[in-house]
Design a protein around this ligand. Structure first.
Ligand SMILES: NC(=O)c1ccc[n+]([C@@H]2O[C@H](COP(=O)([O-])OP(=O)(O)OC[C@H]3O[C@@H](n4cnc5c(N)ncnc54)[C@H](O)[C@@H]3O)[C@@H](O)[C@H]2O)c1
Length: 286
């Protein structure tokens, strides 16, 4: 905890604010696009990084990239939909990298069946698909890891930070994207709930916040937002028209905010959902 900023431009003061040296970060879904970028950012800021993912090869590959850049990292398989798998992974991480100070919940995403396709209507959307996307984003992508990793964080005196990944779809639902929008709204709401529970009920030094990325151009949605990889599709053009900064986001756009939320620079920040969307959510369209 830093109480008084020095008047001189001191590098070590800024290092303590924004540096993550001595901290261990666990990025679940770290084999994916956004989790991968966040893990890299936290590692470059000095953290030891555990990359956990449903896909073991993706986790091991991402960790090897970090290790190649001189960052202490491990990559491991973890199915975050199972409490025992999270617990087992956590035991291994604590043994190899130390207790987890920063948890990033980056497992999640939209699922095709939970979206109203152009030739479909909402009334016949399979409930199982809607349940599945809520299960993935709310329970696997936030609640379960927060229960297991959060309990260990809350039992210690050292400060810790949890970063969930919501979406701008949580602020105002996107057309057609019914299940994912509802799931991410629940992630934002849960983030605020847990922030209050940790601070007020448990008096635990665990902050809980979320990032709400806007439209990030990734390999998964490139076919939706563009027609041939570069030319905007009608939906892509609609997104850009609604984005004051007139571009899609890139995964690295999340890095600065993730470092800020992970470390002492945000020591008095808990319960926020931070949009990283080029102004999309601020713009009324007029
Ligand atoms: N890409 C975007 O434009 C965008 C925008 C807003 C929010 N988000 C959110 O950001 C997060 C990451 O998205 P992304 O684009 O990097 O997706 P991604 O598919 O590249 O990464 C998600 C990762 O989660 C892993 N995963 C899935 N189920 C898992 C489980 N049960 N246990 C452990 N890992 C599991 C996958 O293997 C994958 O590596 C998601 O929550 C997504 O909803 C993405």
């Amino acid at each position: 905890m830093i109480n008084q900023a020095p008047i001189t431009r001191s590098g070590s003061y800024l290092d303590r604010l924004y540096g993550l040296a001595g901290k261990t970060a666990l990025v679940i879904g770290g084999g994916g696009v956004l989790g991968g970028a966040i893990g890299r950012g936290l590692g470059l800021a000095g953290a030891r990084v555990a990359v956990a993912d449903y896909s073991e090869p993706a986790a091991v590959r991402a960790a090897a990239e970090l290790a190649g850049a001189g960052i202490k990292a491990v990559g491991l398989a973890m199915d975050a939909s199972h409490a025992e798998a999270i617990r087992a992974g956590l035991d291994r991480i604590e043994g190899e990298l130390g207790e987890v100070d920063v948890l990033v919940n980056a497992a999640g995403g939209n699922q095709k069946g939970a979206t109203v396709a152009p030739d479909q209507d909402f009334f016949r959307l399979p409930p199982e698909a809607l349940k599945g996307v809520v299960e993935l984003n709310l329970f696997t992508g936030a609640v379960l890891p927060c229960q297991i990793v959060g309990e260990r964080m809350a039992g210690r005196a050292r400060s810790a930070s949890i970063i969930n990944i919501s979406s701008l779809a949580a602020l105002r639902p996107l057309t057609r994207v019914v299940g994912y929008s509802a799931a991410k709204a629940a992630v934002s709401n849960f983030t605020q709930w847990l922030a209050v529970y940790m601070a007020r009920d448990l008096k635990a030094p665990v902050r809980v916040n979320a990032l709400a990325p806007g439209f990030m151009l990734t390999e998964q949605n490139r076919f939706l937002l563009t027609t041939d990889g570069t030319t905007l599709s009608p939906r892509g053009a609609a997104v850009i028209a609604q984005t004051p900064m007139a571009r899609f986001g890139q995964s690295d756009d999340l890095i600065g905010a993730a470092i800020w939320l992970a470390g002492d620079a945000s020591a008095f920040v808990t319960g926020i959902v931070l949009p990283i969307d080029g102004g999309f959510s601020a713009f009324a369209g007029v």
